[in-house]
Each structure stands twice: as C-alpha cells, then as structure tokens.
Design a protein around this ligand. Structure first.
Ligand code: ADP
Length: 231
C-alpha cells in the first residue's frame, strides 16, 4: 500500500514538475527570441503548475499525517452552523466569480457537535469547493444544516455534471478523479479522501447521491453532542 502510494504521488508530482522544467528551460534558452506575449503565457503556465504542485503537496502531507495517526484532533463542543457559515462567507467570492448562487440554510434547532473545528472547516471547504468547481456558471449550490435523530446533517447540493453511479464510491479513494473528456478542471483527487478520513475520526459518515446533469448531493452525518446548543 505504501509503495503504491509513493509511486502514485511521485507520478502526480512529476507532471506539473516536468511542465515547469520544460517551460523554464525554454524561457532561459530562448529569452531573447520569444515574443513578450509568449513569455507571459509560459510564465502563467508555470504559475498555475506551481500552484497545483503546492496544493498536491499540502494534500499529500495531510493524507500521510492522517494515515500515520499523527493528526491530533482537538475536539470541543461547537455549533456547526457557525463554522459552516464562515466557510460559506469565505467561498462567496469564488461563487460570485462564477456567477453561482451559493445558498446556506440552517434549520432550527441546531445542536452542538463534539468536533475539531479546523477539521470540520476542511470538510466543508473540500465539499463546497468541489460543488463550486464542477458546477457551471449560473448554477446553484445549496448548503443545508439540520438535525435528525441524534445526528447533525450537513448537505451540499449542486446542479452540475454529477457523478456516474458506477464511480460514486470510487471518488472517496485517493487520487481518483472522474474522467470528463475535453474538460480540464483543477484538482488533486485527494480532497474527498481527506473528508472521508476526518468524518470517520468523528464517528460520522459521508455519502453521495447523484443524478448526472441534474443534482448531486453530498451528505455528512455526525453525532450530536449531548449538550444542547446555547443560543
Ligand atoms: P479533486 O481535487 O479532483 O476535486 P476530490 O477527491 O475532491 O478531488 O474529488 C474526486 C473527484 O470526484 C473529482 O475529481 C470529481 O471528478 C468528483 N467530484 C467531486 N465532487 C463533485 C461534484 N460536486 N460534482 C461532480 N463531480 C464531483
């Protein structure tokens, strides 16, 4: 397993790195011959590939930390609606840029959960971030929080391309990405495996239900804490 992981990571790191090496090499060799516009295009590619490399390294470090049991979750009683509202607020700019209607609905009464705040934030960022990434401009992303039967439910619904039924389970595996011909969307394929690990460490579950090109719903369920929410 470890060897498989190392060889997949090396392969994933190689692609952006080779691209950076290629373009920087050309810039160094041919700096005087290249048009300014071409140079700018190369620099922009180098910048994008460096960002991808950096995201990949952050995700790989996170996964390896989780896998080796080195993550210490600092759990405390918290109101999930506060954390999720903060995440929605910070992602609003990204939604506006794509003209996506990002909505948040919190159903009362909201209960406390016993969780690590940063990890809960990470879960919300990864799932809502994906919804914004894959939904085309003009779409709707509905985030909902509600409680039922001792469980806090956090759902994110979008009306993007969706996930084919046969791939719905695989998207939680490391590095798995749905192939969409002709579509180059950024990503590491690690976001949902991080979500799955964090949710499991909080005794919860995560699942997806998707009808391609209609609606995709990610649902995270976490046990509510015994203390009622103080409002
Ligand atoms: P990535 O960094 O590629 O987004 P993830 O682990 O977060 O990695 O997601 C794995 C794959 O699951 C994505 O590449 C995408 O194909 C699919 N996916 C995740 N969320 C959505 C969504 N809301 N709509 C459509 N496809 C999705």
């Amino acid at each position: 397993m470890k060897n498989d992981f190392i060889s997949t990571v090396s392969h994933e790191l190689r692609t952006p790195l080779f691209s950076i090496l290629g373009f920087t090499g050309t810039l160094l060799r041919e700096q005087d011959e290249l048009e300014r516009e071409t140079r700018m295009e190369f620099i922009s590619i180098i910048h994008d590939e460096s960002k991808r490399l950096s995201a990949l390294i952050e995700d790989v470090l996170m996964i390896s930390k989780i896998d080796s049991g080195r993550v210490s979750y600092k759990k405390s009683e918290l109101d999930p609606s506060i954390t999720v509202s903060e995440v929605c607020r910070s992602l609003k700019i990204r939604a506006d840029e794509k003209n996506i209607d990002l909505r948040l609905r919190v159903c009362a009464p909201m209960e406390h959960i016993f969780a690590d705040q940063d990890s809960l934030k990470q879960v919300a960022i990864n799932i809502i971030g994906n919804a914004l990434k894959f939904t085309p401009p003009g779409g709707v992303v509905q985030v909902s929080l509600f409680c039922e039967a001792q469980t806090m439910c956090f759902s994110v619904e979008d009306n993007g391309p969706g996930i084919p039924a046969e791939e719905a389970e695989k998207i939680f595996e490391k590095f798995f990405r749905v192939e969409r011909p002709g579509e180059a969307v950024d990503g590491t394929g690690l976001g949902l495996s991080i979500v799955k690990e964090i949710v499991a460490a909080h005794d919860g579950t995560v699942e997806v239900k998707s009808v391609p090109n209609q609606s995709t719903v990610f649902m995270v369920r976490l046990p509510i804490s015994m203390q009622p929410c103080r409002k």
